[in-house]
Design a protein around this ligand. Structure first.
Ligand code: GLU
Length: 479
């Protein structure tokens, strides 16, 4: 049987980390098996589904590079891929079940159902539908329909027995049918419920593997019962363990985990996020960094853990820094350039390029470039007070800075190797260690003791700025 795997988000919110992981594992499984990856939008929750959420999901997937072979925008042979465009299909299958005596119309009003729930609770019983409309005669049904009473269609649950979910991650999970009830498959407005639409689409789209979060495990017996009622082949299921925040509660906005698209704005690279997400519940030995192709080559459902994973921003940040260091310089420039133009209004692309490249191995998040490179764009930057105490309060250092200023002012050409020669020559001349020259110079030019390599900083800032800043520092030094 061909491998066909779907990701079936409900567009009731943006694509979050949990959804992105489900999408990624489904995509990886399809790609690793030479199968087909399908994107299906489960938009039948009329109140909560929005077009914005759909866009956010599609954009999030595109940003992560999770391309689909069938689905929105591209279509395919099993469409439509929006469930709201498939309502006629669900209706037909509901009618088929009614005809076969496997489903029935239920006319209970929400008030009646509420009362039944309360009565059951008072009797300390599980709040299950009491199947009262199963017993309606043809004539009763006809008269209720003619009376315009609103109805839903309920699935008629097999009376006894159990339903076993053969889960590829958790093993066999047994559900007693008696804990379920005659669940609704078609609502009064003609819209299907999630379980019904999902089962029908998984069958019609010939889905071989259903990979999803384990919050859906309890829905799976209902879907299996529907597959059995139609006599269809049941797909294989793999329910993914939860993702928790550091406090071990289910990951949510509280933990700062926003939508995937927000990670782009926060300055993460898609490959870092992808690499981080894949490790939330899957592993291959103790390998940490995976290229996309390596993931495709190495991914297996067997490698997925049964245990919940913990989302850790520190780890994600570490990975992001690692990925930033590995990207091509031009890509880094493209990512940083708009932020710097926006922050400092400097449009000198050549200058921006040099500054960005000086920080290539110093960024954790892309927007870090803005505060880190401040002294390259403005003279208004803070000085490290402790460093001032240490380096600007000695007559010796003032003299040292004065000589450095003079030599740099006369330096021609003002390039990396001649700048290096000035610093090294000065250290020798004064019988000092190179660091003893570099620290006060760095403080004078950047306000800090940490910056890209000194000669790069001097070269990028240019003679005029360098001489002016050292001069200013000398004036401020009071021994
Ligand atoms: N639409 C469901 C959701 O977004 C997932 C359905 C499924 O994967 O079966 O939670």
């Amino acid at each position: 049987m061909p491998i066909r795997v779907r990701f079936a988000p409900s567009p009731t919110g943006a694509l979050h980390i949990g959804g992105a992981r489900t999408a990624l594992y489904s995509w990886l499984y399809a790609r690793s098996q030479g199968g087909v990856f399908i994107l299906r939008i489960e938009d039948t929750d009329r109140e909560r589904s929005t077009v914005d959420s759909t866009h956010s999901i599609l954009r999030g997937m595109e940003w992560l590079g999770l391309d689909w072979d069938e689905g929105p925008n591209i279509g395919g042979n099993y469409g439509p891929y929006y469930q709201t465009e498939r309502l006629h299909i669900y209706k037909e299958f509901a009618e088929q079940l009614i005809k076969e005596g496997k489903a029935y119309s239920c006319f209970c009003t929400p008030e009646e159902l509420e009362k039944k729930r309360k009565d059951a609770a008072a009797r300390k019983e599980a709040p299950k539908y009491d199947n009262s409309c199963r017993k309606l005669s043809e004539a009763e049904i006809k008269s209720k329909l003619e009376g315009g009473i609103s109805k839903v269609i309920r699935f008629m649950l097999p009376p006894i027995g159990e339903t076993i979910v053969h889960d590829l991650i958790r093993g066999d999970v047994v559900f007693q049918n008696e804990v379920l009830d005659d669940f609704v498959i078609l609502k009064s407005d003609g819209f299907p419920t999630y379980n019904f639409a999902c089962a029908i689409d998984d069958h019609l789209m010939e889905i071989s593997h259903v990979i999803r979060g384990d919050d859906h495990l309890s829905n799976t017996p209902r879907q299996i019962l529907l597959f059995q009622a139609f006599g269809w082949k049941i797909p294989k299921f793999a329910h993914l363990p939860m993702i928790l925040g550091k406090d071990k509660t289910r990951l949510s906005k509280r933990h700062g985990a926003t939508s995937v698209i927000d990670y782009q704005a926060m300055g993460y690279l898609p490959e870092a996020v992808l690499n981080y997400i894949v490790k939330l519940g899957w592993g291959h030995g103790d390998q940490e960094i995976f290229s996309r192709q390596e993931l495709i080559d190495k991914f297996t459902l067997k490698g997925i853990s049964k245990n919940p994973a913990v989302f850790d921003f520190d780890k994600l940040n570490w990975l992001n820094g690692k990925y930033i260091r590995s990207i091509l310089p031009e890509r880094l420039v493209d990512l940083c350039e708009p932020l710097l133009i926006d922050a400092y209004g400097n449009h000198d692309i050549n200058y921006i390029r040099k500054v960005v490249l000086a920080f290539h191995d110093r960024l954790t998040l892309i927007p870090d470039i803005v505060p880190l490179s401040r002294y390259f764009f403005t003279d208004e930057f803070e000085f490290d007070q402790a460093a001032i105490e240490k380096y600007f309060k000695s007559a010796e250092n003032i003299q040292l800075l004065a000589i450095l200023k003079k030599q740099l002012a006369e330096l021609e050409p003002f390039d990396h190797s001649s700048i290096e020669a000035v610093f090294k020559g000065l250290a020798q001349e004064l019988g000092k260690k190179l660091g003893e020259i570099i620290h006060p110079a760095r403080l004078a030019l950047t306000g800090t003791l940490q910056s890209p390599p000194m000669y790069d900083v001097v070269e990028i800032l240019g003679k005029e700025k360098v001489v002016q800043r050292i001069g200013k520092a000398i004036k401020q030094c009071i021994p």
